[in-house]
Design a binder for this molecule. Structure first.
Ligand code: AMP
Length: 142
């Protein structure tokens, strides 16, 4: 199973924000979409960074002016991405090692989606459920 299988079910919609938007606006965006991270992109849809709720928490702890800061002040600029054929197991490993819960997916240098840890867990649970059904059917047939 690859991230492509997850994107087929989930779709390729990407929530993103510009680097010069204020943190207060980014919080509203995250809350309204009920998500934990936004890709930061320029007008040419190039990835400039990623801003997650953790970055915002850190910014708020660092100073009371954080809501007026810009996204570029608190985003992570070096973003780890994965190709479309990455296995779900590899993505889980990347998230665990990198200590993040979001990975943009690229295909031929084009951004085609974002996988979150929630997507991975949902997918893995469905896989385990179908493995369980297959084992039960196998035992019942014996
Ligand atoms: P998360 O667990 O995804 O909310 O993010 C935890 C931290 O990792 C935050 O500082 C994010 O900006 C950063 N982060 C999230 N996703 C990535 C990624 N794919 N590559 C690099 N850093 C990331």
């Amino acid at each position: 199973m690859s991230v492509q299988d997850i994107l087929v079910q989930k779709g390729q919609h990407i929530e993103f924000i510009g680097p010069d938007v204020k943190i207060a606006q980014a919080i509203l965006h995250l809350a309204s979409k009920r998500i934990g991270a936004l890709l930061v992109m320029d007008d040419a849809r190039r990835i400039l960074g990623i801003l997650s709720e953790r970055d915002i928490i850190r910014a708020l702890v660092a100073g009371s002016h954080a809501l007026d800061d810009h996204v570029r002040d608190h985003m992570t600029s070096v973003v780890v991405t994965c190709p479309l054929n990455t296995s779900v197991a590899e993505v889980m490993d990347m998230m665990t090692r990198g200590r993040f819960r979001h990975i943009p997916v690229v295909n031929d240098d084009e951004l085609v989606g974002v996988i979150s840890i929630g997507d991975v867990v949902k997918h893995r649970l469905a896989e385990m459920e179908s493995e369980k059904s297959a084992i039960i059917a196998y035992i019942a047939a014996g």
